[in-house]
Write a protein that binds this ligand. Structure first.
Ligand code: ATP
Ligand code: MG
Length: 332
């Protein structure tokens, strides 16, 4: 049976970058069935719903989902589409590889994987909003910490890494993080893997100063979000960072950046983050060689100056996508 791939273009620059990523998938998966699911702010403004139960059913029917970005307005009546999907599809592991593609001229580049818990922490959605006092409950569970730690440990084994599992936490202030740290350490011990627990604030600085010291970092929801944006500095900006959201039965691939309304409609958005997310999907389907080919072709182009304005180049979103597809075909 052919693969079924749901495509969500979304808002802002989503509809500009996602077609470029879809082109690459269509090239390597010519028999796959691609179908569009409309979600996001534009749909909410039109129909009053940004993501309906029918949409969730459509997403659940896919073997994998390629997702652009949706704009989340600061309206208390608007329920975040991403949170809803992560929850409904139980996409508990957010994987964010940090691997700069630009040659720095300083030997092998950094290569790390941030494994962010995706369903609890500060994003549990338990909030009380008031005029004088608002609270957001931060939830850490043993079961939630255990499954994300297991994911991180299997990645260490897959990557053949000799490095310890780094746990990003803030247990001196947030006691809930002691449960996270201790559960991660227990799981790692059962895999025969060493751990190193580091306070998240110190970690944000140290990954920038000594990126090559890091391999797999596991952390809670919001810390992982911030840490991976920080690491954007190592990769040439938000336009370069891909991610995967994986559960036990569903998989969802999206660029780390948001809908960037400030540059939407201009044809200048960098499609690399979206295309690398598609490459992560290929890897998820067991097509590691194809995924590497895409990564290498992107690196070749960027290192020879073919890139969008955010990286100092003059390619448009679609001209970069077209040149990449040509480069991939040539390399095969
Ligand atoms: P959202 O609320 O949807 O997250 P945002 O305004 O926070 O939107 P982001 O997408 O998070 O925007 O990006 C922050 C900034 O980084 C943008 O204003 C944009 O200038 C830049 N940026 C993000 N993604 C890209 C990209 N793919 N190419 C070029 N620039 C980008
Ligand atoms: Mg943003």
């Amino acid at each position: 049976m052919s693969l079924r791939i749901a495509v969500v273009n979304g808002d802002g620059i989503g509809p500009e970058v996602i077609p470029e990523a879809q082109k690459i998938l269509e090239h390597f998966l010519p028999d796959a069935d691609f179908y569009e699911v409309e979600l996001g702010l534009a749909k909410w403004e039109r129909s009053g719903s940004a993501c309906s139960p029918d949409d969730i059913r459509e997403l659940k029917g896919a073997d994998a989902i390629l997702f652009g970005a949706v704009t989340t307005p600061p309206d208390p009546n608007y329920r975040s589409v991403l949170l809803q999907i992560r929850h409904e599809l139980d996409l508990y592991a957010n994987l964010r590889p940090i691997r700069p593609l630009r040659s720095s001229g300083q030997g092998s580049p950094a290569d790390m994987m941030i494994v962010r818990e995706n369903t609890e922490g500060l994003y549990s959605g338990i909030e009380e909003i008031g005029e004088e006092r608002s609270t957001t409950l931060r939830v850490v569970t043993k079961a939630g910490s255990k499954r994300i730690a297991e994911k991180a440990c299997s990645l260490i084994l897959e990557r053949n890494s000799k490095s310890p599992l780094v746990i990003g936490y803030k247990g001196n202030v947030l006691k809930s993080d002691l449960l996270f740290r201790d559960t991660c350490s227990e799981v790692a011990a059962s895999f025969g893997i060493q751990t190193k627990a580091v306070f998240i604030d110190a970690l944000c600085l140290d990954v920038l100063q000594h990126p090559k010291n890091y391999d797999v970092i596991v952390t809670t929801n919001m810390f992982g979000d911030i840490l991976s944006d920080v690491c954007g500095y190592l990769t040439g900006g938000l336009g370069m960072l891909p991610s995967a959201n994986i559960g036990d039965t569903h998989a969802f691939f999206e660029p780390v950046h948001g809908s960037a309304p400030d540059i939407a409609g201009k044809g200048i958005a960098n499609p690399v983050a979206a295309i690398r997310s598609a490459a992560m999907m290929l890897e998820y389907f067991g097509m590691k060689r194809e995924a590497c080919l895409v990564e290498e072709s992107i690196a070749d182009l960027i290192n020879s100056g073919v890139c969008t304005p955010d990286l100092g180049g003059c390619e448009s979103t679609s001209s970069f996508g077209n040149r990449l597809l040509a480069a991939v075909c040539k390399k095969e």
